[in-house]
Write a protein that binds this ligand. Structure first.
Ligand code: DQA
Length: 144
């Protein structure tokens, strides 16, 4: 099972940005956490990240024929990027959207999850662990 894990805008600022919301750990810590979980779960993952919407679209498009599923945290793009939603719909791979914070309890504009329309599951408010839950859910879905 091969999963593409796509992280979006401002997630490189983890550990610096709003630690009361996102915690003190860095983006590198997140990547290492995901790689450890993947190894334990015997899942192959590629973790990528960009601040640019078009680059995220290209990452998603490139998953076609190479990956069995996508786990994505588009960051703020989640709330308004039709382009990312369309890319996810175009490749039509099983997708899970992850948010570190519980966006359902934050500002009104964060409660709109536009890109999540392409996901069979949305995990929020669990911090780094959300990615672990997403990998487990993806294994269930893909029957491995
Ligand atoms: C986020 C939530 C978004 O609203 C925000 O813009 C982010 C991070 C999260 O993981 O909680 O950048 O996606």
């Amino acid at each position: 099972m091969k999963l593409l894990i796509v992280n979006g805008v401002n997630l490189n600022m983890l550990g610096v940005r709003e630690p009361e919301i996102y915690g003190n750990k860095s983006y590198n810590d997140l990547v290492n956490y995901i790689l450890r979980v993947a190894e334990k779960e015997k899942v192959q993952v590629t973790v990528c990240r960009s601040n640019y919407e078009g680059e995220i679209v290209e990452m998603i498009q490139s998953a076609l024929g190479k990956y069995d599923g996508i786990i994505i945290n588009p960051g703020a793009y989640s709330h308004y990027s039709i382009a990312i939603l369309d890319a996810l719909k175009a490749v039509n791979l099983p997708t899970i959207e992850v948010h570190l914070s519980d966006v359902s309890k934050r500002e009104k504009y964060r409660q709109v999850l536009l890109t999540a329309e392409a996901s069979f599951k949305v995990i929020m408010g669990k911090g780094f662990e959300g990615y672990k839950v997403a990998i487990e859910e993806m294994k269930k879905r893909l029957g491995e």
